[in-house]
Design a protein around this ligand. Structure first.
Ligand code: LCV
Length: 262
C-alpha cells in the first residue's frame, strides 16, 4: 500500500481504511491533507476496495478541526469555491465508486462536518459533537454545502446549526438523521467494521450503481441562472466584508470576534 505523510491506508478483506494522521494541526483540512486523502482514495479505487472506512487515530479529542483556517484567503476571493481543497475532497468522497463510512470519535468542526455527511454512512461515538461554524468565522459557506445539510438534516435543523454554529451532541445528530448510529466509543471500531463487512458481502457492481444513482438524485436541485448569480453576489458581499477578515483575525489572535455587520 502507498505510504503517505498525513494519512494511513489499509486494505483487508476488501475493506479499505483511511486514517487521518495530521495530529499537529488537529486533522484540519488543508491542501496537503486533501492531496494525501485524494491519493489514498485513488489507491483504494485501483485496489477495488468494496467499502472504505474514513477515521482518525483511536482516542483523538478532535476528529477534525475543519478547514485549515490559515489557508483561508484574506478576503476579496471566494474562500470556499469549487476548486478549494475542501470542495475537491467532498466531491472525491461522493464520486468514490463504493460506500465510504465515516467513523467518528472526538469533536468535528466546520467543513469536517460537511466531509462526514458527504460520506455514505456516518457512525459516531456517544461523546462526539458536530459544529458547523462559518457564521462564527464570518464566512458565507456555499450553496453545495447548504444542499448537503438540507438533504441530510432538513432545512429547520440545518438553519439552526448554521445560524448558531453551536456544537450538537451525538444524540441530537442521530435524531436529526445526520448520523446513522451512535455507539459507545469502546464499541465504535467493532461496530463500524461489522457494518463495512456486510457491504462487502453484496454485489460490488450493484452497490456502485446504487451509490451513483444516489449521487445524481441527491444533487437534483435546479437553480435558475438569476438565482445562481444572486447567491454568488451575496456570497461575494460577505467574503469581501470587514467581518470576514475580522472572523479569521480573531481566530488567529485567540479572541472573540467583534462583528460589525459590514
Ligand atoms: C488551522 C487550527 C484549526 C483550524 N485551522 O486546541 O465551516 S467553515 O465555513 O467555517 C470552514 C471555513 C471551516 O471549516 O473553518 C474551520 C472551522 N473550525 C473551527 O472553527 C474550529 C477551530 N478550532 C477550535 O475551535 C479549537 O482549536 C478546537 C476546539 C478544535 C481545539 O481546541 P484546543 O484548545 O484543543 P487549540 O485551539 O489550542 O488548537 C491547537 C492548534 O491548532 C490550531 C490552533 O490555531 C492551534 O495552533 P497554535 O498552537 O499554533 O496556536 N488549529 C485549530 N483549529 N481549523 N489551525
Amino acid at each position: 500500500m502507498l505510504v503517505l505523510e498525513l494519512v494511513e491506508i489499509k486494505l483487508e478483506d476488501n475493506i479499505g481504511t483511511i486514517t487521518l494522521n495530521h495530529q499537529g494541526k488537529l486533522n484540519s483540512i488543508g491542501e496537503a491533507l486533501v492531496n494525501d486523502l485524494i491519493a489514498a482514495f485513488d489507491e483504494l479505487e485501483s485496489a477495488q476496495a468494496q467499502v472504505v472506512v474514513l477515521r482518525a487515530k483511536p482516542g483523538v479529542k478532535v476528529w477534525s478541526a475543519g478547514h485549515d483556517i490559515s489557508e483561508l484567503p484574506d478576503g476579496r476571493r471566494d474562500p470556499l469555491g469549487y476548486h478549494d481543497s475542501l470542495e475537491k475532497l467532498l466531491r472525491r468522497v461522493q464520486d468514490f465508486p463504493a460506500p465510504v463510512i465515516a467513523m467518528i470519535e472526538g469533536t468535528v468542526w466546520g467543513g469536517a462536518c460537511d466531509l462526514c455527511i458527504s460520506c455514505d454512512i456516518v457512525i459516531c461515538a456517544d461523546d462526539t459533537t458536530f459544529a458547523i461554524t462559518p457564521a462564527k468565522l464570518g464566512l458565507p459557506y456555499n450553496a453545495s454545502g447548504l444542499v448537503h445539510f438540507i438533504n441530510v438534516v432538513g432545512p429547520q435543523k440545518a438553519k439552526e446549526m448554521f445560524f448558531t454554529a453551536r456544537p450538537i451532541l451525538s444524540r441530537e445528530a442521530l435524531n436529526s438523521r445526520m448520523v446513522n448510529h451512535v455507539v459507545k466509543r469502546e464499541e465504535l471500531e467493532a461496530f463500524t467494521y461489522r457494518i463495512a463487512g456486510t457491504v462487502t458481502e453484496n454485489a460490488p457492481l450493484a452497490v456502485r450503481a446504487l451509490k451513483r444513482q444516489f449521487r445524481h438524485l441527491l444533487g437534483g436541485q435546479m437553480l435558475s441562472s438569476e438565482t445562481f448569480e444572486d447567491i454568488q453576489g451575496m456570497r461575494r458581499e460577505v467574503y469581501d466584508s470587514r467581518d470576514y477578515r475580522e472572523g479569521i483575525q480573531a481566530f488567529r489572535e485567540k479572541r472573540k470576534p467583534d462583528f460589525k455587520g459590514r
